[in-house]
Design a binder for this molecule. Structure first.
Ligand SMILES: [Zn+2]
Length: 516
């Protein structure tokens, strides 16, 4: 599989496109005026403790306070002046750990989404190319995606060698394991904190890993000493800009080329690469072509299409994707009816194609949370099984974590996809102010009849001599044309003249009735 990464940098925003075999798979967008907060380390202040919820609101220097739950507070940490409390989640009250007005160092783990404030943790972690550094957690873990046992041991040994610990000692402890990582607790063998070895480290050598360790130690020293001096609240550490994060997190052996269309970002990427991925330097290219970079592989078109509700399938069917506050629903539909005999086979083929398209769309649109897929009902259980298998197979390519439920007899599959960023739609779109998200407007006729009722109500309420209707052009047109007879009758009943005023800024649904 050939993979290419395109990085388009403009003064306002950076856009990254991950293209596999010529097909856009993932888009990342960072607007300079609203860079994400995930990864930021902040010296913050506890503004309110909520004992009932075992959590606290934290002032992180933004309009909205952040949210810190007890499960995201480490058990002991001198930086936080937490009096070395063991935060046993079951019997420790958050009040014993945090007091209002207290200064703490927190890290953002989830951007504010919708009305929710940023989700915070006090378990600081800082990523590099091959490692994640946990300054307060003396443990060593390897990503589960590195499956080879020998390779796992080799990588751990390199980290231990750096610290002059030649003998690996596996200690069993009650330290909670990091999600999805097999954890070996070295119980303080690494006295400056712990490391998680990332998937990207597979095949990396001593020098590369040691360079990462040094980089992380230095970064943490700077951050923590800045934290001691800073006034609260203060941003102490910010993750790299998107183009460098892409180099750090998205580049792997399978990536043939990275094209960047801005010279300065290209230079930064080269510098970064020389330090951390020297063998990759020749694959980074400064793109200076006449065609805008994201028009290659039709990336711009694909981004536009990924905002549509409806997606056409090659087999003739289509998908309808709806994103609501609570969940995303995906409806699979057949195309035109194709005769009885082939019907079951057509349904099966459509569902199979849909399963693949859905996985790509989830990644492309960055849809997270609960996802309900309504496949077309299948008569045979073998077909059901195959569709579910196909879905799972394609999900494996996505780096996000999934939980997939069984296909129910109604043809429904529920997925949960982990998300830390906003969906593409949330980044690029806002609620339609005309229909306020309903996607539908009251018809002109409905609005006219509402106006009639309102006129009757107002005329009883006010002793006006005449009434003026202020409404949109379409509504006024209809009142004076199709509805003119009804209007004349109304004027007669009320014994009051009714006049009209077009307000060009009103939407179809907006109107006012003014007594004169
Ligand atoms: Zn609308």
């Amino acid at each position: 599989m050939s993979e290419e990464i395109l990085i388009n940098v403009s003064p306002q925003e950076t856009r990254v496109a991950v293209v596999e075999n010529g097909i856009l798979q993932e888009v990342l967008i960072e607007r300079n005026n609203k860079r994400g907060l995930v990864g930021n380390i902040i010296k913050a202040r506890v503004s309110r403790v909520l004992p009932g919820m075992q959590s606290a609101f934290i002032d992180i220097g933004l309009d909205r306070t952040g949210f810190l739950h007890i499960s995201d507070i480490i058990d002991q940490n001198e930086h936080l002046e937490l009096d070395k409390v063991v935060a046993n989640l079951h019997n420790t009250s958050i009040r014993a750990v945090l007091q209002e007005g207290q200064d703490i160092m927190v890290q953002v783990i989830k951007d504010p989404i919708g009305t929710k404030g940023a989700r915070l943790t006090t378990r600081i972690s800082i990523p590099s190319r091959y490692l994640v550094y946990l300054p307060d957690h003396p443990m060593l873990a390897v990503s589960q995606r590195i499956e080879d046992l020998e390779e796992r041991n080799r990588l751990q040994q390199i980290i231990l060698d750096y610290h002059g610990k030649t003998e690996r000692k596996t200690v069993n402890s009650d330290m909670e394991p990091v999600e999805n990582f097999e954890t070996i607790d070295f119980n303080g063998i690494l006295d400056k904190g712990g490391f998680i070895i990332r998937t990207a480290a597979e095949g990396a050598n001593d020098t590369e890993l040691h360079k990462d360790i040094e980089y992380l130690y230095k970064l943490w020293d700077e951050t923590s000493s800045a934290g001691q001096k800073a006034k609260t609240p203060k941003l102490l550490y910010e993750d790299l800009a998107l183009e460098l994060r892409t180099m750090r997190d998205y580049v792997h052996q399978g990536v043939e080329k990275v094209r960047i269309d801005a010279k300065r970002s290209f230079d930064n990427a080269i510098n970064f690469s020389e330090k951390f991925l020297p063998e990759f330097v020749p694959r980074i290219e400064h793109y200076a072509g006449d065609r805008p970079l994201l028009e290659l592989f039709s990336v711009e078109d694909e981004i536009q299409k990924s905002l549509n509700r409806k997606i056409q399938l090659k087999s003739g069917g289509h998908l309808v994707i709806d994103q609501t506050e609570a969940m995303t629903t995906i409806d699979v539909n057949t195309g035109a009816f194709v005769g009885h005999k082939t019907h079951e086979e057509t349904i099966y083929k459509t569902n199979l194609e849909a399963s693949q398209t859905i996985c790509r769309q989830l990644r492309l649109r960055n849809l997270g949370g609960i996802i309900i897929i309504d496949f077309i009902d299948m008569a045979t259980s073998e077909h059901q099984r195959q569709v579910l298998r196909s879905l799972e197979k394609h999900l494996e390519k996505d780096t996000s974590k999934y939980i997939v439920s069984e296909l129910t007899s109604l043809g429904l599959v529920q997925l949960t996809r982990k998300r830390t960023r906003e969906s593409l739609e949330h980044v690029l779109c806002e609620m339609c102010p005309t229909c306020e998200g309903r996607g539908k407007l009251k018809t002109t006729e409905t609005v006219c009849y509402e106006i009639f009722r309102e006129i009757i109500r107002e005329s009883r309420q006010f002793e006006a001599e005449k009434l003026m209707v202020v409404a949109s052009q379409q509504v006024v047109d209809m009142l004076m044309d199709d509805e003119s007879i009804n209007l004349a009758e109304l004027e007669e009943t009320l014994e009051k003249p009714i006049t009209f005023q077009v307000e060009p800024y009103y939407t179809q649904e907006q109107y006012d009735i003014v007594p004169l």
